[in-house]
Design a protein. Structure first.
Length: 346
């Protein structure tokens, strides 16, 4: 199938995961970063997403000179493969100092660590020639409301983002909201929250968002409406497409796997907002089904891209005039069936 020129695709090394879950060990043997990068290239993807420590392992224990040298080596590797880094995200949920929150930790020493780590992440991004930092605010929330002062936490979040914006006058920050997991309740659960927070920072024009389909669904929202909302503000700078079967743990299923119509509407929303025309990527934050064999390890990525492109075709061939006539008549029964028949095909 021809690739519509406007869409470029990426994924992260964590999307070739080994199958470990809270109840059991890996189901596939560990692979090196280079193996994953080669797969990405072989599959014809355009870019890779990175956590700071995907790019430079053990980032906390390296000097600025080491960060620079290792990041530059990676940059050469990417250049050689004709690839770029789409985003770099500080991993602010693994270190013991982030156990009760990173920017919103109640301990000032831990908050200081989180900010310093984020600035190092920006330095790595700079070495990779990437100006977009993603903040998945994994532990910025609480297990019980009495354990933290949410009002203060909002100030801490703004202060942290301000420090990042001041560190590099060109960097842009995309907040990736998620309503829960690992926390009971996250402080920034939706795109509305992310954009409201952006507005309090020292340079709101450089703070936008990243929508993940599964995260919107976990918040009880339709990801297509979240896309239109973010695009209304010109703030959708990346997107993690995947799928989610109801209110469970974050499943990161292949795009369209649980609900094809919800996937169709996301693609339609991206099309009408001309997503990708300013260089934004379609990122597939999907995981293999746990018991996937080694020889089928990349199918979730290939299939998600394929489904996406087939839905682009469905969006472009949707009988708009017929649909509009039914909307004018308020004949929603027929409109509903028109969508179903279109998706089913001949
Ligand atoms: C987890 C998130 C995670 C982020 C990634 C980039 O639920 O979706 O995969 O997207 O860490 O920050
Ligand atoms: Mg994600």
């Amino acid at each position: 199938m021809p690739k519509p020129h406007a869409y470029r695709f990426c994924f992260g090394p964590w999307n070739l995961s080994e199958g470990q879950d809270p109840y059991g060990p890996p189901t596939r043997p560990a692979q090196t970063f280079d193996w994953k990068l080669n797969k990405l290239k072989e599959l014809g993807f355009d870019a890779m997403m990175f956590h700071d420590d995907d790019a430079v392992p053990d980032v906390d224990n390296k000097s600025a000179a080491q960060l620079r040298q290792e990041a530059k080596e990676l940059k050469r590797k990417l250049d050689d493969g004709g690839l770029v880094a789409e985003i770099v995200a500080p991993r602010l949920w693994f270190d013991p100092r982030t156990v009760d929150g990173a920017y919103t930790n109640t301990d000032p020493k831990c908050r200081k660590y989180a900010i310093e780590r984020s600035l190092r992440c920006i330095d790595i991004a700079n070495h990779l020639d990437c100006d977009l930092i993603v903040l998945w605010l994994a532990r910025e929330g609480s297990y019980l409301r009495e354990s933290k002062n949410a009002r203060k936490c909002m100030d801490y979040l703004v202060q942290a983002i301000d420090r990042m914006l001041a560190h590099d006058p060109k960097v842009r920050i995309a907040i990736e909201p998620k309503p829960n997991e690992p926390m009971d309740q996250a402080y920034i659960p939706t795109i509305g929250h992310a954009l409201a927070l952006a507005n309090l920072t020292r340079d709101p024009d450089r703070v936008g968002c990243l929508i993940e389909s599964a995260h919107a669904l976990l918040a009880g929202l339709d990801p297509a409406d979240e896309i239109d909302f973010a695009c209304t503000f010109g703030k959708l700078w990346s997107i993690h497409l995947n799928d989610q079967n109801g209110l469970k743990f974050d499943q990161d299923k292949p795009f369209g796997s649980a609900n094809l119509r919800v996937a169709f509407n996301q693609v339609r929303a991206l099309e009408r907002n001309r997503y990708g025309r300013k260089g934004e990527y379609v990122a597939l934050d999907v995981h293999p089904f746990r018991t996937t064999k080694v020889e089928h390890w990349t199918l979730h990525l290939e299939n998600s891209r394929r489904t996406f492109l087939r839905l682009v075709d469905k969006a472009r061939t949707f009988p708009e005039a017929e649909a509009q006539a039914l909307i004018d008549e308020r004949n929603y029964g027929a409109l509903d069936q028109l969508v179903i028949e279109h998706l089913l095909g001949q």
